[in-house]
Design a protein around this ligand. Structure first.
Ligand code: PLP
Length: 404
């Protein structure tokens, strides 16, 4: 058995492809394309790997799955069953997290927009932390917490200092003064954590390094002003698990350790999304047209596999899996726009044949989140676990996978 796309749950032997224990031919026989497929065991393995590496290095390590990466209830249930927490940005995600069983004290809520009803539900539910992107939100949280006789833990997102980033607080004379005043006058909040999330899909270890340095320098500024922070949250940004080796993950854990060892920090937090679910998803698609100059058109496109999702897409001709994939090919989607390009000069089979099946891997994170309402039918979504197949979304029955 040989792994496809480095994924031990997508394997081939001779011309037979297996997804976990299910032969691809069986899926082709029973389902139309495009089909979105998720591999349960891959998610479980990714979470175990991630947790083991970070728990080996840090005594007080907690991680919070970023539901925005993939908010399908069945996927969230798998993540919850592995004992990690949840990171949510709004009411629909918070309700979902509570419904699938995440314990409120392992849910962190926050984002650039904290409407009153989100604060009410978060505080009433006794979530672990609320993340603020601006200091003016602290008063709003204090008011709601006071009403519920609660002291709410708060995490401040600091500006990541990534070029052009507008998100998060920049500490200077003025903002420190405001923060000190807030801590002094509001009795129903406790500033417990600072967070910096640099960007998604960080393939360069220097990006992690920059983020860590940024958090440490903010920590120093706060300490100088006698503002004591208990926990540091380094955000997410890890590539798909098949793309990021265990060694690199260990190295990141060690960099964090050396940089924060001198500070009296209790909890080390991370908020991965893509790493947990990215390589658990794949599309089964078909070549619907072969054009000139080695262009092929698949029956998915940017409406369901969007560039914005920044997935490490890999394309395999499942109908000719044993043929060398070494001929430059351009791959387009079916949105009637010249912009709908999935890949250019991608190494693919020499013969380009209409109706060939194509597997597109690493589509488990952000594809559904950033998908749009272009008027094509949504795909069926299935979850494979060993040799069982569960239909987790049927467009005819469920109509839409959005959460509300
Ligand atoms: C604050 C924050 N944390 C975590 C994440 C998850 O990122 P990733 O899926 O790249 O791990 C995001 C994604 O945008 C984010 O904005």
């Amino acid at each position: 058995m040989k792994n496809i796309a480095g994924n031990s749950y997508i394997q081939k032997k001779n011309a037979i492809i297996n997804l976990d224990l299910v032969p691809l031919d069986e899926i082709i026989k029973n389902y139309e394309t495009p089909l979105h497929i998720f591999l349960k065991k891959k998610i479980e393995d990714n979470i175990s790997t991630f947790n083991n590496i970070f728990k080996d290095v840090f005594e007080d390590f907690e991680c919070f799955y970023s539901l925005k990466a993939n908010f399908l209830p069945e996927i969230c249930k798998i993540v919850n069953s592995k004992g990690v927490g949840a990171n949510v940005v709004g009411i629909p995600e918070l309700r979902l997290a509570l419904e699938v069983g995440f314990s409120p004290n392992s849910i962190i809520v926050g984002g650039p927009y904290l409407p009153e009803d989100l604060l009410e539900l978060s505080i009433k539910s006794k979530v672990k932390e609320i993340i603020v992107y601006g200091l003016d939100d602290i008063k709003k949280i204090n008011d709601v917490a006071k009403k519920h006789h609660i002291v709410q833990n708060i995490c401040i997102r600091v500006n990541s200092q990534k070029y052009g980033s507008k998100l998060g607080v920049k500490f200077n004379k003025n903002s420190i003064k405001i923060l000190k005043q807030s801590i002094k006058s509001y009795n129903h909040i406790k500033v417990s954590t600072i967070l910096s999330h640099f960007t998604t899909q960080m393939n360069d270890i220097n990006q992690f390094d920059k983020n860590i340095k940024n958090l440490v320098s903010n920590l120093k500024i706060l300490l100088e002003h006698e503002i004591y922070i208990e926990n540091i949250n380094f955000g997410g940004g890890f590539p798909e698990a098949t793309v990021m080796s265990h060694n690199r993950l260990t190295k990141i854990a060690q960099i964090i350790k050396t940089k924060v060892d001198d500070f009296n920090i209790k909890g080390i937090y991370l908020e991965p999304g893509r790493y947990f679910v990215g390589d658990s998803g794949l599309f089964l698609t078909k070549v619907v047209k072969v054009g000139e100059d080695r262009w092929i058109f698949l029956n998915i496109g940017n409406h369901i596999c969007p560039k914005f999702a920044k997935c490490s897409l890999r394309f395999y001709n499942a109908s000719q899996i044993n043929e060398p994939h070494k001929y430059k090919t351009n791959i387009a989607g079916i949105v009637p726009s010249d912009q709908d390009v999935l890949a250019k000069n991608y190494f693919f089979t020499q013969n380009l044949i209409a109706n060939d099946y194509v597997i597109v891997t690493n589509t488990g994170a952000y594809c559904l989140t950033f998908s749009n309402r272009f008027p094509y039918k949504l795909p069926t979504i299935i979850l494979i676990d060993g040799n069982s197949i569960k239909e987790i979304f049927d467009p005819k029955r469920d109509h839409d996978f959005s959460i509300s």
